[in-house]
Design a protein around this ligand. Structure first.
Ligand code: AAL
Length: 397
């Protein structure tokens, strides 16, 4: 009798532990990941010699869901092309990091970083110089009838007045159109632009894409404040006593997506004491969620939500969120998808990706996994000083 009671209590503990651990881990991409399929057909498809001697690579391959294995709709190649009008290359002017394209009253709209003049770097007087191509920049916008000839319309959001949190540069902008309102989220730098300066995210809103824009009085997202610099050299961003979270130095490349009744702000984090890993910069993405477009945005406890990537490029697809992971980290050049917007899995691996994509949100994002990439905007370095906005289009195999 005693034995039975013990068994019963043991079972209760097991069930309770399972429920607790499940509730803490959001569900994964595909249920068939949990139980690797060891059927003869699967082993044959993967070309595995001996199912009792599985290499680490074969074990990983057996974890892939059927969707990951057999679905090539996540693969693409791309080409870039020159745009016309004000997006033709202009010596002496930086235009870069285009936002998504939206359509309003029959015209395409995009917003972007614009600055003038060459980059001086950090060796001179940072109070006078332009330290990066995106330093001393403002957010401009342009419209187009056909997506090829673009007409610059003017400044949308400019740097703040002296001593404001955004008094040095506002740049790398994204647009969200939602219920008749327009929201621009963007990077900001305030004060002297030294290598340890923290970068924050600002927001501006308007009921018209032509403005005027109202700026949030405070940033809507800041770096996590848990790293400790080593020494006082403001031009040394690599020396730290403690690195802190993946976004302890900079929050960058914001993009807000209305999702499941909330607002998902995806962003790139830069860490104090950034290292080189897998031959590239140690870059990861994070997520912050709000109930209202204006915030407050609360960082997800699951951050970071990528181990690779660079500029954020995300779109809703099939009830989840898709993400193009470019440039840095072991999973660079992959297209990923998360059915809950948090737990991303690799769906496609590509040879290369356009950089700093401005997605074309006028396309039917739900039609196919990569429909939103059919054509859009990217930027290209003419040289270190000057970048310009170009078009890209993908071709599918
Ligand atoms: C880009 C983006 C951010 C960086 C800089 C301008 O690739 O990641 O915008 O700050 O480079």
């Amino acid at each position: 009798m005693k034995l039975n009671t013990d068994k019963f209590i043991f079972k209760i503990i097991i069930v309770f532990t399972m429920i607790m651990s499940c509730s803490d881990i959001p569900s994964n991409i595909s249920d068939d990941l949990d139980q690797p399929d060891l059927s003869e057909q699967k082993l044959d498809f993967l070309g595995i010699t001996n199912k009792h001697k599985l290499s680490a690579a074969s074990k990983r391959a057996l974890q892939w869901s059927n969707d990951q294995l057999y679905n090539n709709d996540w693969y693409f190649e791309y080409s870039v092309y020159d745009l016309k009008g004000d997006f033709a290359y202009q010596e002496g002017v930086v235009r870069r990091d285009p936002s998504a394209i939206i359509k309003h009253q029959g015209k395409y709209y995009t917003w972007y970083t614009k600055s003038i003049g060459k980059t001086d770097g950090f060796d001179g007087d940072i109070n006078k110089d332009k330290v990066f191509p995106w330093d001393r920049s403002d957010i401009w916008y342009a419209t187009s009838e056909d997506g090829v000839i673009w007409n610059e319309q003017g400044v949308a959001v400019s740097r703040g007045p002296q001593d404001a949190y955004d008094d040095r540069a506002v740049f790398t902008v994204e647009i969200m159109a939602y219920k008749g309102m327009f929201y621009l989220c963007y990077q900001t730098v305030g004060g002297p632009y030294n290598k340890r300066v923290k970068n924050q995210i600002g927001l501006a809103w308007s009921d018209n894409p032509n403005g005027p824009w109202t700026k949030s009085p405070k940033p809507i997202l800041s770096p996590t404040d848990n790293g400790i610099w080593k020494g006082n050299d403001l031009q040394d961003r690599f020396s730290v006593i403690k690195k802190g979270d993946f976004d302890s130095h900079k929050v960058h490349d914001p993009c807000i997506i209305p999702y499941k009744g909330k607002f998902y702000l995806y962003y790139k984090g830069e860490q104090m004491g950034e290292a080189i890993t897998f031959g590239g910069r140690q870059i990861r993405h994070g997520l912050a969620i709000a109930d209202h477009p204006k915030g407050p945005y609360v960082k997800s406890p699951y951050n970071p939500i990528s181990n690779s990537g660079h500029e954020i490029c995300v779109w809703p697809y099939n009830g989840g969120i898709a993400s193009l992971i470019t440039t840095d980290g072991p999973e660079r050049n992959t297209v990923q998808w998360a059915k809950d917007g948090i737990n991303f899995e690799i769906m496609g691996a590509v040879k290369a990706t356009p950089k700093a994509i401005g997605l074309n949100r006028t396309l039917d994002q739900e039609k196919a996994p990569l429909e939103v990439l059919r054509w859009g905007l990217t930027h290209e370095y003419k040289n270190y000083n000057y970048q310009y906005i170009r078009g890209f289009k993908i071709k599918k195999k």
